[in-house]
Design a protein around this ligand. Structure first.
Ligand SMILES: Cc1ncc(COP(=O)(O)O)c(C=O)c1O
Length: 373
């Protein structure tokens, strides 16, 4: 037999991924001349991490020689407690090492070769990347207008007997826009029984509008919806990798069967449970984001830069410059920002809202790079 490993790899078992995760600060620092580096490229928490979570991690370190709990029951019970006013129970939750991991898990559970998923670009790239790896067909029904709302009729027309999942994101990455309730109502209404709506709400804490809805608002509708969440953003635990989803008991049980045993390690378990109790940290985080968001809107208006009003902890702008040239020039000034062309937003740059010092550094770099006064 002359078959070699190279032959196998050449057949490319997996399609190439064109999703490039954001660079770390250390990776970039080694190549930049600027003395101080501001990382505004990954929507991390500008205040650091929940202190309750950090304490829980310190307290758990002596137990790291022991295997962690086999089951995630403790965390699911803590989540049920957090959502007790909504009436969610522990058996409606699915936990995993991040929202990205949950997206992969959900797609693995629902997509088979030839199945279809509907996404609405510009959107978070991994939805499509994971689906293609599973041999599914990705149907893009682009968001419409300057407010980037879903095209309800086009979604309806795009649904076929092969459609299994629809992904919607609110607040959306990379636009920062949200999906007003009236659109969500219409979309949920048109879902056939064989389609599951995956609603990514990882930035929900930052929303400051009244007509925002959560996935749990539709759990009693008789339609199938999964809410996806993360500890990376408002809780400031991006490096820990922790996320959760919730749905009907039936769907949560089905998806949970696909989880790996011992998935939630001791530190993730204890830190996530502690973070859920840290309302003060969330309040501080949200309040500084809202304050700095208003400051940045004012300054961007003065500079005449096109941006989109955001319900998340970042603001996407469209500078009049090639996106990669702009990224490189900003880096020279010590600012890490994120071009989002591969999320379906050509020429646009996503910039995390920082503290006042970071935002001022961003604005002065912006003026220099774009030659504005
Ligand atoms: C819309 C959206 N979903 C999911 C994630 C991933 O979150 P996690 O860090 O939990 O994987 C992000 C992170 O940028 C995001 O913007």
């Amino acid at each position: 037999m002359s078959l070699s490993l190279d032959d196998v790899l050449k057949k490319s078992l997996l399609p190439k991924s064109d999703y490039k995760a954001g660079k770390s600060k250390a990776e970039v620092a080694a190549h930049t001349k600027s003395k101080k580096l501001y990382k505004l490229s990954s929507n991390e928490n500008l205040l650091g991490s929940s202190s309750l979570a950090l304490q829980a991690i310190r307290d758990s370190i002596p137990r790291l020689n022991e295997y962690c709990d086999r089951s995630d029951k403790k965390l699911r019970e803590a989540l049920a407690d957090y959502y007790k006013e909504i009436g969610l129970t522990a058996s409606q939750f699915i936990t995993d090492n991040s929202a990205v991991s949950l997206i992969n898990l959900i797609e693995t559970c629902f997509l088979r070769e030839g199945d279809e998923i509907i996404i609405t670009n510009p959107s978070f790239k991994p939805y499509a990347v994971f689906a293609r790896k599973l041999g599914a067909t990705v149907i893009d029904v682009p968001l419409v207008g300057d407010e980037f709302v879903p095209d309800v009729n086009a979604i309806k027309e795009a649904i076929t007997e092969r459609t299994r999942l629809i992904f919607l994101t609110s607040p959306n990455n990379p636009t920062g826009t949200y999906i007003p309730k009236k659109y969500m109502d219409q979309i949920v209404d048109l879902l056939p029984d064989f389609v599951v709506l995956v609603y990514d709400e990882v930035y929900f804490q930052f929303v400051d509008v009244d007509d925002y809805v959560r996935a749990y608002d539709y759990l009693d509708s008789g339609k199938h919806i999964i809410g996806v969440n993360s500890f990376s953003k408002a809780y400031g635990l991006a490096g820990l990798r922790s996320g959760y989803a919730y749905s009907s008991e039936k769907i949560a049980r089905y998806v949970s069967q696909g989880r790996t045993p011992f998935m939630i390690n001791t530190l993730t378990m204890e830190a996530s449970m502690a973070a859920l109790k840290d309302d003060q940290f969330i309040q501080e985080t949200v309040s500084i984001i809202h304050k700095e968001k208003a400051f940045l809107y004012g300054e961007l208006d003065k500079l005449g830069i096109k941006y989109w009003k955001s319900q998340a902890n970042f603001i996407t702008i469209r500078p009049e410059m090639n996106d990669l040239t702009f990224e490189a020039a900003m880096l020279e000034e010590g600012l890490m920002v994120r071009p989002v062309a591969n999320f379906g937003a050509p020429d646009c740059i996503r910039v995390t809202i920082g503290d006042r010092e970071a935002n001022e550094a961003y604005l002065s770099a912006l003026k220099k790079v774009l030659n504005l006064n």
